[in-house]
Write a protein that binds this ligand. Structure first.
Ligand SMILES: O=P(O)(O)OC[C@H]1O[C@](O)(COP(=O)(O)O)[C@@H](O)[C@@H]1O
Ligand SMILES: [Mg+2]
Ligand SMILES: [Mg+2]
Length: 364
């Protein structure tokens, strides 16, 4: 049987030029929390989430050997039917959060908040499994989470407790279950990158993640081109025009259809992700959910010198007005996100755009 042993791993690490042993998430969190009670609560919550995600990684790694994880249990609007693995993921992460100081959980998989310890200081918003359309194809999926304070006196079983501003978030992160399992985490002072080892520990890869500028790579589901509004079409047209267009360089395109995997690539090499609102029924505000998809990724991005917008303003300046609210979501390298914002905010020719390339159309 091919079972990688410690020697094998050390050899790989040596060959890759990295240290074989790295500082763990638990140690980082412990150091960060110190004697501060609020920080300690956040650290315990992130630890609980990490434990849940490590078990989930093991279940996902078994694939079809763990049963038909991709079987559809119910169909939903916007192609979001619930799959078996969605439900398993939800049970695992909520089960793990029972050990943390969390009053309630707003999950993509539950219509209403799930009440845990009503007097606890924190709330968690979570997408237990992002990219569920990819389960049966062995493509990366993920978990996305946001940690909020429980407002004074708020009842965590009520959606209103969760309807907070993006800048109220205390911590946010995601775990991507790819060829290796990785976590991106922010506690509000930078973005940290970890990888899961075979013993189930998240080990530090980079404590100063920075999203590069100047990348020529965009991610969008091109099949929706004819449903987009003018600013988004103009932006993509300009990228597609390549060297002969206003951008004067060729662009590459990627679309994993697991937002976490697209985000993870952008953290590694820059670029931009767009899921705008479009003309299809149910897609006026795009597809992604504000509380547990856009907020956490926007927080991670801003803490890594990237940015995130709905086309009009920073995602983190929004205040949620419904638990499962959708939002047009554009994030990535700061220069590209700023450019897309200009296309939205400057209807007549997008600032520096040459009239040769200007499209006439209705500004939304
Ligand atoms: O199939 P589409 O419309 O391109 O949508 C893909 C997008 O939908 C999502 O999968 C939504 O996440 P869920 O799997 O949690 O519903 C994003 O991760 C992804 O970018
Ligand atoms: Mg999702
Ligand atoms: Mg999901």
């Amino acid at each position: 049987m091919l079972e990688p042993n410690a020697d094998h791993r050390a050899a790989v690490a040596q060959a890759a030029g990295v240290a074989a042993s790295r500082i763990t998430l638990t140690v980082m969190l412990d150091e960060w929390a110190g004697a501060d009670a609020r920080r300690r609560a956040v650290a315990d919550t992130v630890c609980a989430l990490a434990t849940g995600c490590a078990s989930l990684a093991a279940a996902i790694a078994e694939g079809p050997l763990a049963g038909d994880l991709a079987r559809t249990l119910s169909s939903g609007e916007a192609g979001e039917g619930q799959k078996a693995l969605d439900v398993i993921s939800n049970d695992i992460v909520i089960g793990a959060l029972k050990a943390a100081p969390v009053a309630g959980v707003a999950s993509e998989e539950n219509d209403a908040p799930v009440l845990l310890d009503p007097t606890a200081p924190l709330l968690v918003a979570i997408d237990p499994l992002d990219g569920s359309s990819n389960i049966d194809t062995d493509i990366s999926v993920g978990t996305i989470f946001a940690v909020f304070p429980r407002p004074e006196g708020a009842d965590a079983s009520e959606p209103s407790a969760f309807l907070q501003n993006g800048r109220d978030m205390l911590a946010a992160g995601y775990v991507v279950y790819g060829p290796h399992t990785a976590m991106m985490l922010t506690l509000g002072a930078g973005t940290w990158h970890f990888a899961l080892d075979r013993a189930g520990l998240f080990r530090l890869v980079d404590a100063e993640v920075k999203v590069k500028e100047g990348a020529a790579e965009f991610a969008i589901n091109m099949s929706n081109y004819h449903h987009w509004d003018v600013p988004v079409r103009d932006y993509v047209d300009d990228c597609l025009a390549g060297k002969k267009g206003p951008r004067e360089r060729d662009f590459n395109m990627r679309w994993v259809a697991s937002m976490v995997a697209d985000a993870h690539r952008i953290f590694q090499r820059g670029g931009i992700y767009l899921y705008p609102g479009d003309g299809r029924k149910g897609y006026t505000h795009g597809r992604l959910r504000l509380l547990y998809e856009a907020f956490p990724v926007a927080f991670l991005m801003e803490q890594a010198s990237g940015s995130a917008t709905d086309g009009r303003g920073a995602i983190l300046d929004l205040t949620a007005d419904a638990l499962h609210q959708r939002v047009p979501f554009i994030f990535g390298s700061r220069d590209e996100v700023a450019r897309v914002s200009r296309y939205h905010l400057e209807p007549n020719g997008h600032g520096e755009r040459s009239p040769l390339f200007a499209r006439r159309g209705l500004f939304i």
